[in-house]
Design a protein around this ligand. Structure first.
Ligand SMILES: Cc1cc2nc3c(=O)[nH]c(=O)nc-3n(C[C@H](O)[C@H](O)[C@H](O)COP(=O)(O)OP(=O)(O)OC[C@H]3O[C@@H](n4cnc5c(N)ncnc54)[C@H](O)[C@@H]3O)c2cc1C
Length: 493
């Protein structure tokens, strides 16, 4: 054999073995998606710039690990993605706004992310007071569209949180004193089940599943779109936005005032206890929003002006501009930027039935101690959702899988770890101690927590109540027997 022929064969051999190794490392999931998605869908693999922006989460703590992203554009793509994941035995997670937090996410690795960002549409039928949103529309999409036609609906404070994502947990937010939880305005959904059939789910159609969707709704399939009742906006679509900042030694007077005052239905207070660089001290900030005329709103928040304060700002503003104005933000548009990694943060929460003034004050001192003793924890804060609850509490506990309608408010802790290494043990387990402090005085038989403000270390009964668990387990076994939708707060079966 001439040396030339030998070299040619050698080259051929190397090409064949290279091809074989490519064949071996080809990702059958990617192949399946490439051949199944519509021309509007896309497949992203690690290394693509878009892969990074599609998988970025609000919290980087316990983030899931993805190998492939399927960007779905329509119902066909959703079905194709589930089918490919099942065919290749790949675990998958639907994501859109990516504000969900759950310690168990970290267990999901080498998975498929089914990215639903294209499902952000909001369609309003103003004469019939209804609105249909895609499964990934965020609060600001909803409030912007409703404001334009003089309507509103309860939404939460963060503009980039998923409307449907929040609804499936219950949805705590402003206007709930008037209209109830966000889920209480839900009329129906179109749900793609794990077997890829699509169901209409409402009080009339599959009512038991409709019950389970409103509190444990991440467990049964993907909500393609959701239809809600909407409401005529009061005061020509404006609300009083009232911000207050207090020194730490005013917290006792504040909690005492909450204990003593009755909240009028249009009023919602949110608080934030955290370190202020300007004051070089921990302060209490309060955002009070009143959905009604300015004069009525000023009367409703006057009790907050009687507490010694550092500063205040009261303005009557369009309802949909509250996020960028609340907490002295003065129209800061950066607040409306979505798709941001807000750091390594853990969320914990307690729903409380009563305010024990001493323990509330004690908890604020625990936080103050933590941020002063451990400067790497300085971005951490305690927040309280203290919205009027008349329309929440007037429905029975069994109306929805979400059980804690008797709660008068929710404490949440956004624990931000300023470095990669600090563990809770290094900071005297203060995050859990703060939760224990409030839970012990909450007037509940055991820890009650809202799923959207929980981190996954709580017993299931703390999220859904002991009474609701058997009913939920039955639903889970029926609609997701293989546990394909079990990577975020799964119902125990
Ligand atoms: C900064 C911040 C502010 C918040 N404020 C509020 C608030 O004011 N009120 C409140 O009630 N909650 C609030 N939450 C909690 C929030 O409701 C939950 O974290 C919720 O799960 C976020 O949903 P998402 O769609 O944004 O997140 P994602 O991480 O995209 O989704 C979370 C989970 O929900 C599932 N999911 C999302 N959409 C669908 C769908 N269409 N069909 C089926 N499953 C779906 C996902 O698969 C995932 O398992 C807040 C959270 C953060 C981080």
């Amino acid at each position: 054999m001439s040396s030339l022929v030998f070299l040619a064969l050698l080259a051929l051999g190397s090409t064949v073995s290279h091809a074989a190794s490519i064949l071996q490392t080809r990702d059958t999931l990617v192949d399946c998606l490439n051949s199944s998605l519509s021309s509007h869908g896309s497949v992203r693999v690690s290394g693509d710039a878009v892969f990074t922006s599609d998988t970025i989460r609000f919290s980087s703590a316990f983030a899931p690990g993805f190998r492939v992203v399927a960007e779905v554009a329509n119902e066909h793509d959703v079905r194709a993605s589930i089918t490919c994941a099942k065919r290749t035995s790949t675990p998958f997670l639907f994501t859109g706004p990516r504000h969900g937090f759950y310690e168990g996410f970290g267990k999901l690795q080498n998975a498929l992310e089914i990215y639903t960002g294209a499902f952000w549409h909001v369609d309003i039928d103003a004469p019939s007071n209804t609105m249909t949103t895609g499964g990934a529309a965020v609060f600001k999409n909803v409030s912007g569209a409703l404001q334009a036609v003089g309507k509103n609906i309860p939404v939460g404070g963060g503009p980039c949180v998923g409307m449907v994502g929040a609804t499936l947990g219950a949805g705590i937010g402003r206007l709930q004193g008037l209209y109830g939880l966000i889920a209480d305005s839900l009329l129906s959904v179109r749900l793609m089940l794990p077997d890829t059939t699509v169901l209409e789910v409402s009080k009339k159609s599959n009512p038991e599943l409709f019950w389970g969707l409103r509190g444990a709704g991440f467990n049964f399939g993907y909500v393609l779109n959701a239809t809600y009742r909407v409401y005529d906006a009061p005061a020509h679509g404006t609300n009083l936005n009232a911000d207050f900042e207090y020194p730490l030694n005013s917290t006792r007077a504040f909690y005492q005032a909450l204990h003593d005052n009755k909240m009028p239905a249009p009023l919602c207070l949110s608080t934030s206890v955290g370190f202020s660089a300007v004051q070089n001290a921990t302060t209490l900030r309060i955002n009070a929003v009143y959905a009604g005329p300015e004069a009525e709103g000023r009367k409703a928040v006057a009790f907050l002006q009687r507490i010694p304060l550092i500063r205040q700002n009261l303005t009557q503003i369009p309802w949909n501009t509250i996020p960028e104005n609340s907490f002295f933000s003065l129209g800061n548009q950066r607040i409306n930027t979505c798709g941001i990694n807000a750091g390594k943060r853990v969320v914990r929460g307690v729903a409380f039935n009563k305010i024990d003034v001493n323990t509330h004050v004690k908890m604020t001192h625990q936080l103050d101690y933590m941020v002063n003793t451990y400067p790497q924890m300085r971005a951490s804060s305690n927040a309280m959702y203290f919205c009027a609850t008349q329309a929440v509490a007037n429905k029975s506990k069994d109306e929805t899988a979400y059980p804690w309608r008797q709660a008068i408010g929710h404490h949440t802790w956004g624990i931000v770890y300023g470095d990669a290494n600090t563990t809770d043990a290094d900071i005297e387990n203060i995050p859990k101690k703060m939760r224990d402090t409030i839970a012990a005085s909450a007037g509940t038989a055991y820890l009650n927590t809202y799923i959207g403000f929980s981190d996954g270390d709580e017993p299931a009964k703390s999220i859904w109540s002991a009474e609701h668990l058997p009913r939920l387990a039955k639903l889970k076994k029926r609609y997701d027997p293989d546990g394909l939708f079990s990577h975020y707060h799964p119902i125990p079966v």
